[in-house]
Design a protein around this ligand. Sequence first.
Ligand code: JFZ
Length: 447
Amino acid sequence: MRRVMVGLLVLAAVLLGLPGPTRARERMAADPGAVRWFRDARFGMFLHWGVYSLHGRGEWVMNNEGIPISEYEKLPGRFNPTGFQAREWVSMAKQAGMRYITITSKHHDGFAMYDSRLTKYDIVDATPFRRDVLKELADECRRQGLKLFFYYSQLDWHHPDFFPRGGTGRRAGRPDQGEWARYKQFYFGQVRELCTRYGKIGGLWFDGWWDRPNADWGHDELYAMIHRLQPQALVGNNHHHAPFPGEDFQMFEQDLPGENSAGFNRAGVSDLPLETCRTMNNSWGYNAGDTRHRPAPDLIRYLIQAAGRDANLLLNTGPLPDGRIQPEHRERYLAMGSWLQERGEAIYGTRGGPFRPSRWGVSTRRDRTIFLHILNWPAGGRLRLTGLRAGIREALPLRSVTPIPVTQTEDDVELALPDSLRDPVDAIVRLELEQSAEALPWIAGTR
Ligand code: JFZ
């Protein structure tokens, strides 16, 4: 009897919109523990994989070449990545020193890389492969201790109800009609599938809002649903604007936070956890013609530059249609892993600063230690820093016990760097302070 009474009371409370147990006050943020994990993780693998990989001309081929749906729908029948092994991909990410993987569950072409019960346009129902690669990756990530995030495109060039059309997907050959509410229900349903059928997930990485910025996407409801179903999941949205309510991290595409070489990173830097996503060449999806792969030292320095700006690096590869990883990208990932094997303590679990990015490099910090990442050797090996309001106990090369001569006055610190410290990638000095470095305010950099 009491149980029925309580049930009725809760029901009344919800129906009357009265504040009730937590459920009524929608969760609009991820667990603080998960947020801390994300900040500590610093390095993840981005995977752009789909039937577009068959063309080998990137993930926008359908739109860029005006391929109509009738034509594009022939691709799934040819998609059979028998070379795909979740264990192999996850092991590579782990060897690369990565803590999480973000994979395209559905990109703008609308093709689901998982077994969606809301469409037949997916890898299980429409390909000879018939395997749910997200399921296999989710299980393998759990086995190897990495987290799995799902990239999900809100933009859909295939769905008939993605109407009115936005800036893209206009040459797909869809009739000029459709029911937006039906599309919204569809994409909510797919997000719910991703939040209910793959165990605990790391989070959602949304994209495509920019195609219809004024549409009713229902973000409040969507984010609340995710936070309810997956309290530890972080939500991010690649809309290139300041974070919307309910988002847990802010991403920057092809730019370090605060920079805008790409042209669309106009948003300021929020105090949410930050993530920069980057291509290894200039393509997200597999592009056979794009062989301008950035050298491993440049990629390692980019990871350091991101950490020095308190951001993660989500480094992308576009797997081949047969399920293999491009050898040039595997090689670079593993080179980054060897570097992190030896110097990861200056990256993982750190926060950016306190010295802002400068001509000489960047800094990271944890507890009483500041790591100076000297990316450009200062003239005469003499590094001068101003504005540090903390006493330095000693300065040491990261991997040696031989102290570095340091003089500190009220406002200035001068380090006499030994030549033996020179390093073409990153010469790291650890400053051991008399107090915690984490509470120190950011200190203006020396340009
Ligand atoms: C988006 C996707 O279009 C792309 O395929 C990839 O997934 C990347 C990570 O994110 O890239 C964009 C999105 C929007 C703009 C530019 C690139 N824009 O609005 O200029």
